[in-house]
Structures are given as structure tokens and as C-alpha cells.
Design a protein around this ligand. Structure first.
Ligand SMILES: Nc1ncnc2c1ncn2[C@@H]1O[C@H](COP(=O)(O)OP(=O)(O)OP(=O)(O)O)[C@@H](O)[C@H]1O
Length: 669
């Protein structure tokens, strides 16, 4: 028997391993099973090079055994095994740079996020869950002797002659309190599936001493043991060998999502770096907030982590997929990955592939692409906003769904538009009156209802010179107006002024401008429009929650609304013909203002009229409006109807509106 001390430079690394990787306890499964897998790969390579003599047609496999009674987990392989010299070299002399790096870099940091999964703690991660670890091993080498090694978590180990008869290694973990969760069959199996689902050798999981399953008559059901993994995952195959059904099955199994993905991209690259994977476009929910994808990152068929945004462009994290890149330097910190040129290349490659796929679909299967559009557009828009290169590659294929349920690109829309103006709808229900108006005049408008569209619209305007987006309710287009020579514009202007005053007094309007227009559609009496810029400002404020910030008054950006009255409508005609009777002009005596002496013109004037002293007061005319009951009803109703057509009334206004409507109807009977 041999005793010794592990040559760790630190006092004791294990408490540190335990503390810092606390929440990633399950990583020991990945480390030990991938060591077993590596041991098999190395033996296969040696055998191929005729360096190792092994049986013909060997069945390589890894067994993971859980013994709840003795509180052990055993990971057993039939790989190359170790001689006692090798144990001394690879296990005892933990000149393992990983541990040293770990200590140096993370001594003062408690942020476990800094540590990317595959850190190279390797074998010693066993002590995250075990209080004692044994290695039973027999090397493939001729005349090798079996060896047993064990260590109780301190820096002391023991080595002695072993009993193992067959080539390979058993790692036996005597699980302590820190790892007791893993003594649960389901937890351990789940962890194995998380990390090892695609490992290249079959992995069998057994629970020692578990009573075999029986059928109703008590007969033991004999089942062929099934590995927990797939040794050749679909993504590792050549795309030409994969069927649609296989892609869908892989999706279901990997993401436990039983909705069908829309489509997928098989990434398969050998040069200049090695990268394989499949990205799926899932059916997105319509609300942006609930978009949540999952990209699983693998390193040579070993799971590393989900959603590593340093490697995968952020917007792609909305997709679901697996990416395997053996060349990734994952045993480094995340901040390194972020600035690494190689990692950026990978990320660019993935982005480019997604752009290519979308362009391909657009060009060759436009109808299919249109069919996907409602589902994928938030993703594509988000991608374009986040990634300039991605935007450039797909900017020509952004589709816009029109109010006629057709899909057009921006260029296609503009072919039939005037002044590069794109009309849009943000809420089909609230803006239905405007949509109907557009349809009645055979005008086009597109539907941009998603919360991302506010930002998307601004982006498209910035990227397409001269193009402007205007919401359907922001103004009347010339197409909707009708010129009428019998209308005297001067007269209209005057009436408009008076009606503004009358509405102010009857409805209590402060911020509304009133306009009389001769609209083609005689059935519309009143309409409300909101200026585009001010409304966008308000939308932005809402989006960023700025209205609630003490320093800014949300009313500051209250959209300028305009109440349009249709000259053609009888109700408006009624008001116009009665406006004079609502008016009362009062003459009032007010103090005369002191002339402005700063002005040269005034000075001259003063000198000319030196003798004629200014009177102390002057008479001004003030117009007051006294709207009668009928006028009041009409004005209130016209205003509420216009408001109703594009937004909800406040609860108070709604109560008044209903009451008034009933009054009006009662008068009909
Ligand atoms: N099951 C095993 N069979 C044979 N040799 C093993 C086995 N497990 C570990 N070893 C040997 O011990 C060495 C140290 O293992 P450890 O897991 O600490 O580091 P690594 O596998 O070399 O690197 P890392 O895990 O950080 O990628 C291995 O390189 C290997 O030589």
C-alpha cells in the first residue's frame, strides 16, 4: 500500500470547488462520464494504430449504477484503464492547471456565472458530491496490474493492488450530504440525460437492488436494457440522410415540445471550423414577452450549457436548437469568449446561415414563407434590430401583412404608394373605422400590431431614406376628401373658429383642434386624428415606462388630436347653420397696454403722435358661446363617437355616453 499527498498548491481545493460551484453540483456527472467516454475513444484509437491489442468487435459501453442502500454511484467503463504509474501521473499530481487557474481567477469572486461549465475540474468534481472516491482500474497494457485508489476529500490518498479482472475503470462515489439529491433515481437519470444524451458510446443506467417489474400475474417482465443516450444524434448526420419526420422527432425528444416546429436549419460545417447543429423555428406566441427559446450548446456530443449568449447571437436565443462545436474554447471565462475573434466567427456563421435560409424560403417558396410570417415576424424583426449584418441580409424580405390579408415587401408596397408613405394599423379593432375608410377608397395599409413594431418602424424609416410610416388615424389622405367649388374657404375658416369655441364650452375641450373637411364618405359625421410624431413619442414613453417617472409629465407628449367634422353630414350642417345663434359678443373695457418702447417703429409712431396721449382703457370684443340643449347633445355625441372609433372612452365618459344615447333614442318614440 502506498500513501501520499496530492500535490495541490492550495491548502485544500475541495471546499472551494464545493462552494463556488455549488449550484452546478450536477457537473460531476458530465465530467466523470466524459472521462469514461474519452477512455474508450483513446483505446479505440490505440487499437486502430495497432498500439493496443483488444478483443474483436468490442462492445464499448459505460454503466452508471446507483446503489441507494450503500449510498454509492459507480461510473464504469471498458476503456483503456490506468496503470499505477498513470494514476500517479494523472490523478495524484494534480498539476491540473484547471484547478490552479480556477483558484487564481476566481478566488475573490463569488459570481458563479463567471465560470463556464467546462472548466477542466474533471475528475475532482467528484468531490462536489462525494466524501470518498474510489478508482478501481485495470489498464489495457500487457501484464498490467489492477489498482485501487481512494481519497476522502482531503489531500491524502491511498493506493493499493486492485481486484478488477477486466480492462477499464470504475469510479465509485460515496455520496455525502452535499450530494444526497443524486441518490434519487430520477434526479440522477435526469442529470445523465441532460449532459450525456448524445455521447458517442452507449450509457446504461441501473439501480442496484431494484425489484424487477412484474406483470399483473406476477411474472417478471424481462426487458432489453436500453441506453439512456443516442450515440449518433441527428445533427451529427449529413443533412441529406435526415428525413422531415426525424427532424420533428428530434425536436420533440430534445425540447419536450409537442407542437411542430415551423422549419429548421441544419448547420453542418467542417471548415474553417467544426460546427454542427440544428436550429428550429418554433411556433412563436404572438406576444413578444413570451418568446423564449433554448439553444443547447454541446462540445463533442457533451452538453455544456443552455443559451450561452457569448457564442450565440442574442436574437437566435429565441429559437430552439442544438449546436455542437468541438473547437470552442470553453474552459475559459465568459468575458474571454465575448472578445474572442474565433467565437465571433462562429456567431457570424450561424447568423449568416439563418439569413440564407430565410432568403432561400422567400425566393423559392414564397407562399410557405408567407404562411410562416405571422409566427416568425417578431423574431426576424428583433434580429434585424439587434444585429446590423442580419438586418442587411434580410431587409428586402421583410413582409407586411396588408388590411386585405396579402403579404407584400416594402418595395412592393411602395410601387403603388404615393410619396413613399406607408400607412399602418396598430390595432385592427380600435382602428376599424379607419380601415373601412381605407378600403372604401381602395387604399392600402399594413398591419403592425406587435409590440416590437414601434421600434421596427423607426428602424425601417432610418434605413430607407424618404420612406415614412403613418398610422391610418393620423390624418385624412387627399383621397378621402372631395373638393367642392360651392364651399367658400373663408366662410369655413370662420365657422371653424366659432365651432371650436362652441365645442370648448359645450364639451370642455382644451387640447383639441377642430377642422371641417368635405369628406367623400357622407355617412361619417366626425372623426379623430392624432399627429404621428406626438403619438409615437407617447408610445415610446409608454414602452419605456417614462410616464411614471417623476421628472417627466406624460401630458407633455399628449398627442395633438384633431376633431374632424364632415361638411357633408347633416349633423355638422345643423351645427354650422346654428352657430350664429349660440354666439354672444360682449364689449368689454380693459386697461390699455403700455406701448413697447424698445421697438424703433413704435418710437417713431410715438414721436408722430406726441400730443395725442394714449387713452388709459380700450374696448375689446369677447365672444361667448351658449349652446342650446340640442346643440349640446349633438356636440357631445359627435365628440364621443369620434373618440370611440379609435380609443376607449374613460369609464366616466362611457357612462355619460350611454346615458345620452338613451336620451336621444327616447326622443325618437
Ligand atoms: N475513466 C478513466 N479511464 C482512464 N483514465 C482516466 C479516467 N478518468 C480519468 N482518467 C485519467 O485522468 C486524467 C485526469 O482526468 P481529469 O478529468 O481530471 O482531466 P482531463 O479529463 O484530462 O481533462 P478535463 O476533464 O478537464 O477535460 C485524464 O486525462 C485521464 O488520463
Amino acid at each position: 500500500m502506498e500513501k501520499g499527498s496530492l500535490s495541490i498548491h492550495s491548502e485544500n481545493i475541495f471546499p472551494i470547488i464545493k462552494k463556488w460551484l455549488y449550484s452546478d453540483h450536477d457537473i460531476f456527472v458530465r465530467e466523470l462520464v466524459s472521462n469514461a467516454s474519452d477512455a474508450i475513444t483513446k483505446l479505440k484509437q490505440l487499437s486502430m494504430m495497432n498500439e493496443a491489442k483488444i478483443e474483436e468487435n468490442p462492445t464499448f459501453k459505460i454503466d452508471v449504477m446507483l446503489d441507494e442502500a450503500s449510498k454509492t454511484i459507480t461510473i464504469s467503463d471498458n476503456g483503456l484503464g490506468m496503470t499505477d504509474e498513470e494514476i500517479k501521473k494523472y490523478i495524484n499530481q494534480i498539476a491540473f492547471s484547471g484547478a490552479e487557474d480556477f483558484l487564481n481567477q476566481y478566488k475573490d469572486k463569488s459570481d458563479k456565472e463567471q465560470i463556464i461549465g467546462h472548466f477542466g475540474l474533471g475528475f475532482y468534481s467528484a468531490f462536489m458530491v462525494a466524501e470518498k472516491v474510489e478508482i478501481h482500474t485495470l489498464s489495457y497494457k500487457k501484464d498490467a496490474q489492477p489498482v485501487i485508489w481512494h481519497c476522502e476529500g482531503g489531500t491524502e490518498f491511498e493506493m493499493k493492488e486492485g481486484t478488477r479482472q477486466t480492462r477499464g475503470t470504475d469510479i465509485i462515489l460515496h455520496v455525502g450530504d452535499d450530494g444526497k439529491d443524486f441518490l434519487n433515481e430520477f434526479t440522477l437519470k435526469e442529470t445523465l440525460q441532460k449532459y450525456c444524451s448524445f455521447m458517442p458510446y452507449e450509457i446504461y443506467f441501473t439501480v442496484v437492488g431494484k425489484a424487477p417489474e412484474t406483470d399483473e400475474e406476477g411474472h417478471v417482465i424481462i426487458e432489453e436494457p436500453k441506453p439512456i443516450n443516442t450515440i449518433l444524434p441527428l445533427y451529427a448526420k449529413s443533412p441529406s440522410d435526415c428525413t422531415d419526420e426525424e427532424y420533428k422527432e428530434f425536436y420533440r425528444n430534445t425540447f419536450k415540445d409537442f407542437r411542430e416546429p415551423l422549419f429548421w436549419i441544419h448547420l453542418n460545417m467542417d471548415y474553417p471550423f467544426n460546427l454542427k447543429g440544428i436550429l428550429y423555428f418554433p411556433k412563436f406566441n404572438t406576444e413578444f414577452d413570451s418568446l423564449e427559446g433554448q439553444i443547447k450548446l454541446y462540445n463533442s456530443q457533451v452538453f455544456v450549457a443552455d443559451n450561452i449568449k457569448e457564442v450565440i447571437p442574442e436574437f437566435l436565443l429565441l429559437l430552439k436548437g442544438v449546436i455542437d462545436c468541438p473547437d470552442l474554447p470553453l474552459n475559459v471565462s465568459r468575458s474571454f469568449l465575448q472578445n474572442d475573434g474565433f467565437v465571433r466567427k462562429i456567431s457570424n456563421y450561424i447568423t449568416k446561415k439563418v439569413g440564407d435560409k430565410l432568403n432561400g424560403l422567400f425566393k423559392t417558396e414564397r407562399e410557405t414563407f408567407e404562411g410562416f410570417w405571422d409566427d416568425i415576424n417578431p423574431f426576424i424583426k428583433f434580429g434585424g434590430l439587434k444585429d446590423e449584418k442580419f438586418f442587411e441580409s434580410i431587409q428586402k424580405i421583410y413582409l407586411f401583412k396588408t388590411i386585405y390579408d396579402k403579404y407584400v415587401t416594402l418595395d412592393e408596397y411602395l410601387e403603388n404608394a404615393e410619396e413613399k408613405k406607408v400607412f399602418y394599423v396598430t390595432d385592427r379593432l380600435l382602428q376599424s373605422q379607419y380601415i373601412n375608410l381605407f378600403k372604401a377608397h381602395e387604399l392600402n395599409a399594413v398591419i403592425l400590431e406587435h409590440s416590437i413594431d414601434t421600434a421596427f418602424i423607426s428602424h425601417m424609416e432610418a434605413k430607407n431614406e424618404g420612406v415614412s410610416f403613418t398610422r391610418v388615424d393620423s390624418d385624412l389622405t387627399d383621397h378621402m376628401k372631395e373638393s367642392d367649388d360651392s364651399i367658400d374657404p373663408e366662410h369655413i375658416k370662420k365657422v371653424q373658429n366659432d365651432l371650436t369655441g362652441a365645442f370648448k364650452s359645450a364639451v370642455g375641450l382644451e387640447k383639441v383642434t377642430l377642422k371641417i373637411e368635405n369628406m367623400k364618405d357622407a355617412s361619417i359625421a366626425s372623426m379623430m386624428t392624432l399627429s404621428e410624431e406626438a403619438r409615437r413619442m407617447q408610445d415610446m414613453m409608454k414602452m419605456y415606462g417614462m410616464g411614471s417617472m417623476g421628472s417627466l409629465d406624460p401630458n407633455m407628449f399628449k398627442p395633438e388630436t384633431t376633431l374632424l367634422l364632415n361638411h357633408k353630414h347633416p349633423l355638422v350642417k345643423y351645427l354650422m347653420s346654428h352657430i350664429e345663434s349660440y354666439k354672444e359678443v360682449i364689449e368689454k373695457e380693459v386697461p390699455n397696454e403700455v406701448p413697447n418702447t424698445d421697438s424703433k417703429a413704435d418710437e417713431n409712431k410715438d414721436s408722430e403722435n406726441k400730443e395725442a396721449a394714449e387713452p388709459a382703457t380700450k374696448i375689446v370684443k369677447e365672444t361667448h358661446y351658449h349652446v342650446d340643449e340640442m346643440g349640446q347633445l349633438i356636440m357631445e355625441q359627435l365628440y364621443d363617437l369620434a373618440l370611440l372609433a379609435h380609443s376607449q372612452l374613460s369609464p366616466d365618459a362611457m357612462t355619460q355616453f350611454i346615458k345620452r344615447s338613451n336620451t336621444l333614442l327616447s326622443r325618437l318614440i
